[in-house]
Design a binder for this molecule. Structure first.
Ligand code: COA
Length: 263
């Protein structure tokens, strides 16, 4: 049986992809189950510094599998529906707080439930040719599974409302303008751009990367005072965990002027 998830590691980048191209990489229960296993396997491997999530074929993911995830579980009853939700939400959550930095490489269709893993990835680069849509309204349902939360968090309110209420698709460039993704590039250059970005992340201290990505997500929900306090403690915790890396980075900057500064 073909695996629903493909992955390989090359030069410290874990390339993970949805692998149901015939079904536009719709997330079935089998795929959700397998993805959690793959994330588990890769998370603490010393040869992995960055994880990239992409899709085989011409889709990133067409969202939840309308047949295998929704219809078949609904026919079995509420218990089956809840069990399928737990499996999907489990790997998205795992990805939101993943040990390594993550990049969504959105190569094609990205719909509905696909917004869950899109948001879970720390960074997102899309092909200009990709198409994004909250098509739920066209099926007579609201964008659940976190999708509404994702657009409300990432996209300005008027655009989020328009997107959710009309079900109209947008392209990669508009998705970048709305900040659903960091940027959009032509599909032909997508992998090269993602590789370039991954390589930047690979030069950073991994303890600092994990502390920083968690902090960016956490402080969004905090008052300034709480964020200040959280960041002091997060920095101190990271220091005690990896004092040598921090001291070395500061030493290089002050004593050798050798650390690369960007921006
Ligand atoms: N769930 C289950 N199957 C899906 C699917 C989904 N979300 N999205 C696509 N598929 C299946 C189709 O049923 C079809 O299967 P078949 O070959 O056995 O008939 C196959 O994938 C190809 O789909 P098709 O519509 O022919 O491809 P396309 O390239 O013309 O269009 C999409 C691609 C993504 C625009 C279209 O498939 C689509 O609108 N999918 C639904 C997306 C959606 O609303 N997702 C929200 C779910 S939360």
């Amino acid at each position: 049986m073909t695996s629903t998830v493909k992955f390989h590691v090359e030069d410290r980048i874990a390339w993970v992809s949805f692998n149901r191209p015939d079904k536009r990489n719709a997330m079935s229960p089998a795929l959700n189950r397998r993805m959690l296993e793959v994330l588990d396997e890769l998370e603490f491997r010393p040869d992995v510094g960055v994880l990239v999530l992409s899709g085989e074929g011409d889709a990133w993911s067409a969202g939840m599998d309308l047949k295998e995830y929704f219809r078949e579980n609904e026919a079995k009853g509420l218990g089956a529906t809840r069990a399928a939700q737990r499996e999907a939400y489990a790997w998205w959550k795992r990805l939101r707080w993943y040990q390594k930095p993550t990049i969504a490489m959105v190569n094609g269709w990205c719909f509905g439930g696909g917004y869950g893993p899109l948001y879970a990835c720390d960074l997102a680069i899309a092909a200009e040719e990709a198409k994004f849509g909250l098509s739920e309204i066209n099926w007579g349902i609201l964008p659940g599974g976190g999708a509404t939360k994702v657009v409300a968090d990432l996209v300005p309110m008027r655009d989020a409302m328009y997107h959710a209420l009309t079900g109209e698709m947008i392209g990669g460039a508009k998705a970048a303008e709305w900040r659903l993704v960091n940027e959009a590039v032509p599909l032909a250059g997508l992998k090269a751009r993602v590789t370039e970005l991954a390589k930047v992340l690979l030069t950073k201290n991994p303890v600092a990367l994990k502390a920083t990505k968690d902090a960016v997500r956490r402080v969004r929900e905090m008052t300034y005072e709480n964020a200040e306090d959280y960041l002091v403690r997060a920095q101190e915790a990271a220091n005690s965990f990896d004092n040598d890396g921090r001291k070395e980075g500061i030493r290089q900057f002050i004593d050798e002027k050798s650390s690369e500064q960007t921006g």
